[in-house]
Design a protein around this ligand. Structure first.
Ligand code: TIU
Length: 246
């Protein structure tokens, strides 16, 4: 892997260094919603301890800040359903034989329904103007959404992936992306599961067999690779007076 093009960045990763170009890379932040991260949401009605996901918030905030500073494309996703549940397969609504399920009123509004308080992305990671927000009815962010079109039309070929939960929506999305030809780097500390053993197993599986579905790295290693670009971007912003964080 010494034939890297000028401008290509390199991050130490499992199973080997991940290389990417900032201009053709998007940060994808998956389902950082109250319904998964806060008490009383969908995660908890499924029987999980939502607090287990919170460690992923701080590292994701740092990566989001770096991506914004460099002007990278940022994509947020939200899992949720229309108020009439017409986009929710009955199989999904009935699964688990839950006392409280999708569409039922919970402490944060109707569970996993678009526009309800619990469905919102947590304030720490809220999208800002210019960022893409993909609403998805399924676990994978490509299923029944325009995500592939959004990425292709912007020349994106590499994805940096954060979000929850590791073995459900993150894994499904990474596998969908991988089959579509995207090179995915999953940021281990920016993802989390209600089940630490599932988190670890998922990260190992995705990177196994020579990055069968993608690469895995810590966000600190990504940030170290990105850091030298920030002063350049600031200088360019000043030179061209295009605003931003300069
Ligand atoms: N239950 C669980 O772990 N996750 C989900 O239902 N959705 C996402 O992972 N976003």
């Amino acid at each position: 892997m010494n034939d890297v093009m000028p401008g290509t960045l390199r991050v130490p990763a499992n199973p080997y260094d991940y290389t990417f170009d900032v201009g053709s890379t998007a940060l994808v932040v998956i389902d950082m919603q109250g319904d998964f991260l806060l008490p009383g949401g969908f995660g908890e009605v499924l029987g999980n301890d939502a607090s287990r996901l919170r460690p992923a918030i701080q590292p994701s905030m740092r990566v989001l800040a770096a991506a914004r500073e460099l002007g990278m494309l940022v994509v947020h996703t939200r899992e949720g359903h229309l108020a009439d549940l017409s986009d929710c397969p009955p199989a999904k609504r009935l699964r688990g034989q839950l006392a409280l399920g999708i569409g039922d009123p919970g402490p944060m509004g109707r569970i996993l329904v678009r526009g309800e308080p619990g469905w919102e992305i947590v304030p720490e990671l809220a999208p800002i103007a210019g960022e893409i927000v993909i609403d998805k009815p399924g676990k994978g962010a490509f299923f029944a959404t325009p995500l592939d079109h959004v990425l292709l039309s912007r020349g994106i070929s590499s994805l940096l992936v954060a979000g929850v939960t590791t073995e459900v929506c993150v894994q499904t999305t990474v596998r969908e992306a991988n089959d579509r030809g995207y090179e995915c780097l999953v940021l281990a500390d920016c993802t989390a599961s209600y089940y630490p053993e599932f988190h670890e197993a998922t990260l190992a599986m995705l990177a196994s067999q020579g990055a069968i579905a993608g690469w895995v790295a810590d966000s600190a290693d990504l940030l170290a690779a990105l850091a030298p670009l920030a002063p350049l971007v600031r200088r360019m912003r000043r030179a061209f007076a295009v605003g931003g964080a300069a």
